[in-house]
Design a protein around this ligand. Structure first.
Ligand SMILES: Nc1ncnc2c1ncn2[C@@H]1O[C@H](COP(=O)(O)OP(=O)(O)OP(=O)(O)O)[C@@H](O)[C@H]1O
Length: 249
């Protein structure tokens, strides 16, 4: 078993209040690992600490063997962490293919400006865009403006943009939120498919998705880990039923 991401006694305090309160999380490489928990449990705050959007106030984060605590957010992206942002990352007036090409180009950073590499790079970026288009089952919509896609397809495109950087860890925060019932199976299938060649850390409220695609589930409550294990283990735990599943039912 190889651990890609590990936090030790991680804390994030907003003043006197600890949104993340001593979290020891281990994410195994090659798994879909889902964080669940009631509203306000600290899931998004934990993501903020991992991506560097917020500086954790105590504890440690190790990713792929490296200590992340002093790394700024962009440095973490460079190490192979990608987070899918909700709709804000799409260029609505560009085609679906162009959105993906730009995401692939973004991976190269300043190297993309190197004159001698530019022609080769552009071809590589287009190839990457086409591969991802196929994976998203959006090839037929390649030339459609992103803003003309359905809400669900836009969410799928966002996830596609984050895989263009070939991340080691793909972080998805409620990818199905706001999606119509018809689009949810497409996203579920996509995440499940991505789990075959990426490590995926997911926050998701839809229990049927969580139970069907996760290899491991961490249940958070009041900033701490309440229970962790396989879907079967978590489903059977009385504390989870009381703290979360019961409440959701
Ligand atoms: N900037 C902030 N300042 C103060 N408190 C905050 C801030 N952001 C979040 N909190 C509080 O931290 C706690 C955890 O919030 P967080 O958004 O991490 O929970 P969550 O588990 O992601 O919830 P949800 O499922 O509703 O998104 C909540 O009580 C929230 O009110």
């Amino acid at each position: 078993m190889s651990i890609l991401l590990e936090t030790t006694n991680l804390e994030l305090a907003y003043g006197a209040f600890h949104a993340v309160n001593g979290v020891n999380l281990k994410v195994e490489a090659g798994t879909i690992h889902t964080i669940i928990g009631p509203n306000g449990a600290g899931k998004t705050s934990l993501f903020h600490c991992l991506t560097g959007e917020r500086q954790a106030t105590a504890g440690a984060i190790h990713f792929d063997g490296k200590n992340l605590m002093r790394k700024p957010a962009h440095g973490r992206v460079g190490l192979g962490m990608a987070r899918s942002f909700q709709l804000t990352s799409l260029f609505q007036n560009l085609s679906v293919r162009e959105n993906l090409r730009l995401a692939a180009q973004g991976r190269d950073g300043v190297r993309a400006l190197n004159f001698w590499r530019r022609v080769d790079s552009k071809r590589e970026h287009l190839e990457m865009a086409d591969q991802v288009l196929e994976r998203l089952q959006l090839t037929a919509r390649a030339d459609t403006l992103a803003g003309e896609l359905s809400h669900g397809q836009q969410r799928v495109l966002e996830v596609g943009m984050s895989i263009c950087s070939k991340p080691k860890l793909l972080m998805l925060d409620e990818p199905t939120s706001g999606m119509g019932i018809d689009d949810i199976p497409i996203m579920t299938q996509l995440i499940s498919d991505l789990g075959r060649d990426h490590t995926v850390l997911l926050i998701e409220h839809n229990m049927s998705i969580v139970m069907s695609i996760s290899q491991r589930i961490t249940v958070m409550s009041h900033g701490q880990i309440l229970v962790e294990g396989t879907p079967e283990f978590v489903r059977a735990d009385e504390r989870v039923r009381t703290a979360y599943l019961g409440e959701a039912a």
